[in-house]
Design a protein around this ligand. Structure first.
Ligand code: PBG
Length: 334
């Protein structure tokens, strides 16, 4: 084999780091606005915003303001939004039927966005936690999270979201068999073009804390999610989950959380080459914001570096609460 790295001083890596132009020529990966999916929290009311305490800069928005956010996203060139509802406590029940109501907050927001900004890609969350009296992603009986009954509920929820106009369904529940069941139901109901982004490798993580507050599920959660979300110690299992979900009809796959799991992103991309996404979750966002607010790190630089890292790890895109801020910076530098 021809040696590609000569001995010093023939090879001096610093030659291509000497000046900005050279660094740009040698740059392997880039971050673009096309890589961003912006997660948004929806609440009841008109012209209402409620700041999420542990996520500085993030607020829940009423549907009219979600539409404004969608317009802002479109003007910044952000291709997709992902909606998470804060459901009225009175509508949170053990049977979770609000999850597949045509008129629930998420479906109302989808219709409103699609009416105002039709080209905006709208992604949903398919899981029961914002509707569940006990904060779990699945139906619970005698303290057990039921798999197959939950899948039936998720199928109803998926059809309602497709009916409302969703472009991508995002099952974040980690029940077994849900991708196949959703895909079959979508085909049968004439929604063959609705995409599924499976939260295929989703870990039982401490980094979801601020999100659970944002959707009001944290204080309700009984126990933990370890019987359905992955053990953070596992890596081979992630590949098997991704393979399973792709075989059942997922179009895109996700690794979640993001930064502590970049090794998983890389393995997934290398093994399958499928459209691969990471979720830079609420706790990751909170850490960067908190350190920046204390003056301990340069928040803007840390944000950009964290997002570029996902591209380097093989991700095609990132769900990030930083999306509008990054998009604005990328626009200024274009
Ligand atoms: C729940 C869901 C969670 C997130 C997205 N969907 C939390 C959980 O699994 O408890 C987390 C997102 C974030 O932390 O930003 N279906």
């Amino acid at each position: 084999m021809r040696p590609t790295i000569g001995p010093f001083p023939a090879t001096r890596f610093r030659r291509l780091r000497r000046a900005d132009g050279l660094r740009r020529l040698a740059q392997e990966n880039t971050l673009s606005v096309n890589d961003l999916i912006w997660p948004l929290f929806v609440q009841d009311g008109v012209n209402q915003t409620t700041p999420v305490a542990a996520m500085p800069g993030v607020s829940r928005l009423s549907v009219d303001l979600i539409v404004k956010a969608a317009e802002e996203a479109a003007s910044l060139g952000i291709p997709a939004l992902c909606l998470f509802p804060y459901t009225d406590p009175d509508l949170r029940t053990e049977s979770c039927e609000e999850a597949w109501s045509q008129d629930n907050l998420a479906n109302t927001a989808i219709r409103a966005i699609k009416a105002a900004v039709p080209q905006m890609v709208v992604m949903t969350d398919v899981a029961l936690d914002p509707y569940n009296a006990n904060g779990h992603d699945g139906l619970v009986r005698d303290g057990i999270i039921l798999n197959d009954e939950t899948v039936e509920a998720l199928v109803k929820m998926s059809l309602a979201q497709a009916e409302a106009g969703a472009d991508i369904l995002g099952p974040s529940d980690m029940m077994d068999g849900r991708i196949g069941a959703m895909r079959q139901a979508l085909e049968m109901a004439g929604y063959q073009d609705v995409a599924i982004m499976s939260y295929a490798a989703k870990y039982a993580s401490a980094f979801y804390g601020p999100f659970r507050e944002a959707v009001g599920a944290g204080s309700r959660l009984v126990g933990d999610k370890k019987t359905y979300q992955m053990n953070p110690a596992n890596s081979d299992e992630a590949l098997r989950l991704i393979e399973r979900d792709l075989s059942e009809g997922a179009d895109m796959v996700m690794v979640k959380p993001g930064m502590p799991y970049l090794d998983i992103c890389r393995r997934v991309k290398d093994a399958f080459g499928a459209p691969t996404y990471a979720y830079q979750v609420s706790g990751e966002y909170a850490m960067i914001q908190a350190a920046a607010q204390n003056g301990w790190i340069d928040g803007e630089k840390a944000m950009l570096e964290s997002l570029l890292a996902f591209r380097r790890a093989g991700c095609d895109g990132v769900l990030t609460y930083f999306a509008p801020r990054v998009a604005r910076i990328l626009q200024d530098h274009a």
